[in-house]
Design a protein around this ligand. Structure first.
Ligand SMILES: NC(=O)c1ccc[n+]([C@@H]2O[C@H](COP(=O)([O-])OP(=O)(O)OC[C@H]3O[C@@H](n4cnc5c(N)ncnc54)[C@H](O)[C@@H]3O)[C@@H](O)[C@H]2O)c1
Length: 431
């Protein structure tokens, strides 16, 4: 249950200056409830105290779960207290205009300051509805029910909301804790393999830069699956062991808690989130967020290797795990040197004139490249070329195959950056 209160402080006047001091107490929790809409599991709804609600769902969630969700609310709340809205869930719909439409619907449903917005869906639905909740009547309570792995391991545990604007992802947003966040694994059963993979990328991220045991666990669980079953839904679901997911969420929360409002722009959880924005937007969102994160992690790991930090064998293990789970590690068209360099410059603007690029020093420990000067353009070019080469050996089921691959043996050899761009290919539609 979120709390966002002023706990103490005061007002004072001194030397021609009037001052307000307000110390706030901020906190929130994520409930893990299996089958949250089953009658026996509904006590969470009592925590909402009978507030009027606008429940926002994506069309997919409505189709798969709408009847059950409506039935549960109808059985627990008086008629007329719950209203429903379908929100579209593509990045193109994650806009200020869509947020305004959510606010309009909230007004039509006569939600007052005690009202509540409920978002049930993936990260897009949560970001959009959370953003609207933080604006509507200057902020009303918001319940988030993530139905994707990304939503559960990443969006649920933090307090960020946002929409895309001016061609940039999440350019507009707020820090706004949900009143309740509820993770229900039942939802994951209907996710397509692609979405499971995207979520696994975020779990791998935590393993690579924060907690080597998460990486080891995923590696061990996925290893027997081998190449043959890579990408199969059931196999991917099996990789999402509850203990591994909870551990990834805890590590994420530990990283977020001291820096909830991101005053400190050095964030380990930004691993995989520097080049990925460019890959996502450059592909016109043909790449899903998690897929772009996977490529970014692979490139960042190559940069680390090129700088003499990450050993070859560990780079090979990371690339092998990503490939085994069916995650692509390179795209020549969207990882061209100029685009990746521009992404670094963009990160520099976003992160207070520092790139703060997170790279793994070993599997389980991330370090920062803070200044652009720490990453010469030639090193970036070599990393891209290396990744291109290694990814062409893919799909790498066996890390040993990769460790022997030419790209890993000759990392100090200067490579021609012009080789990186390659011939233009027709745009692919991945979604
Ligand atoms: N606020 C944060 O801290 C934060 C963190 C990470 C990502 N994000 C944002 O989240 C978004 C990505 O979220 P996402 O990966 O969840 O993608 P998404 O919201 O696009 O959902 C993916 C797809 O899965 C479908 N879907 C959702 N749940 C389903 C289910 N249970 N069964 C079947 N289909 C289902 C959706 O309809 C959608 O088509 C991005 O916009 C990203 O910027 C925000």
């Amino acid at each position: 249950m979120a709390h966002l209160h002023v706990v103490h402080g005061g007002v004072r006047a001194r030397e021609g200056q009037l001052e307000v001091i307000a110390h706030a107490d901020v906190g929130y929790s994520v409930l893990e409830i299996e089958d949250m809409f089953a009658p026996a599991q509904l006590p969470w709804l009592e925590r909402c105290g009978g507030a009027a609600m606008l429940v926002c769902m994506s069309p997919t969630i409505d189709r798969l779960y709408g009847e059950r969700i409506r039935g549960a609310f109808a059985g627990a709340l008086p008629a007329g207290r719950v209203h429903y809205l379908t929100v579209q869930t593509t990045e193109a719909h994650k806009t200020l205009e869509s947020a305004v439409r959510v606010c309009e619907a909230a007004r039509q449903a006569q939600l007052d300051r005690n009202g509540m917005l409920v978002a049930i869906g993936g990260g897009i639905t949560l970001d959009l509805v959370g953003f609207a909740a933080s604006l509507y009547r200057r902020g009303i309570r918001f319940v988030k029910v993530p139905t994707t792995v990304v939503g559960q391991v990443d969006v649920a545990v933090g307090i960020k909301t946002g929409v895309n604007a001016a061609g940039a992802k999440n350019l507009l947003g707020t820090y706004y804790p949900a009143y309740l966040a509820i993770n229900d694994r039942q939802f994951l059963r209907t996710l397509p393999a692609r979405e499971l993979r995207c979520g696994l990328a975020e779990v791998i991220k935590m393993g690579v830069v924060c907690d080597g045991e998460i990486f080891e666990a995923l590696d061990a669980i996925s290893e027997p699956l081998g190449r043959a079953r890579a990408g199969e839904r059931d196999a991917l679901l099996a990789c999402l062991e509850p203990a591994v997911m909870t551990r990834a969420m805890l590590r994420m929360m530990e990283q977020l808690q001291p820096n909830l409002f991101e005053a400190d722009l050095e964030r380990l959880v930004d691993f995989g989130h520097t080049f990925s924005m460019s890959i996502e937007t450059g592909s016109d969102f043909a790449y899903a967020h998690g897929e772009a994160v996977a490529i970014d992690m692979a490139l960042s790991a190559c940069i680390s290797h090129q700088l003499g930090l990450l050993p070859a064998a560990e780079l090979a293990r990371l690339l092998a795990l990503l490939a085994r789970l069916g995650l692509r590690t390179f795209d020549r068209e969207h990882c061209a040197l100029d685009a990746m360099w521009a992404a670094l410059r963009e990160a520099e603007v976003h992160r207070g004139q520092r790139i703060n690029l997170v790279v793994p020093r070993r599997l389980g420990e991330g370090v920062f490249l803070r200044q652009l000067a720490e990453l010469p353009r030639a090193v970036l070019a070599r990393a891209i070329a290396q990744l291109d080469e290694l990814s062409r050996c893919a799909p790498p089921g066996d890390p040993a195959e990769l460790a022997d691959a030419p790209g890993l043996g000759d990392r100090r050899e200067a490579r021609d950056p012009r080789a990186v761009g390659g011939p233009a290919r027709a745009p692919r539609s991945l979604r």
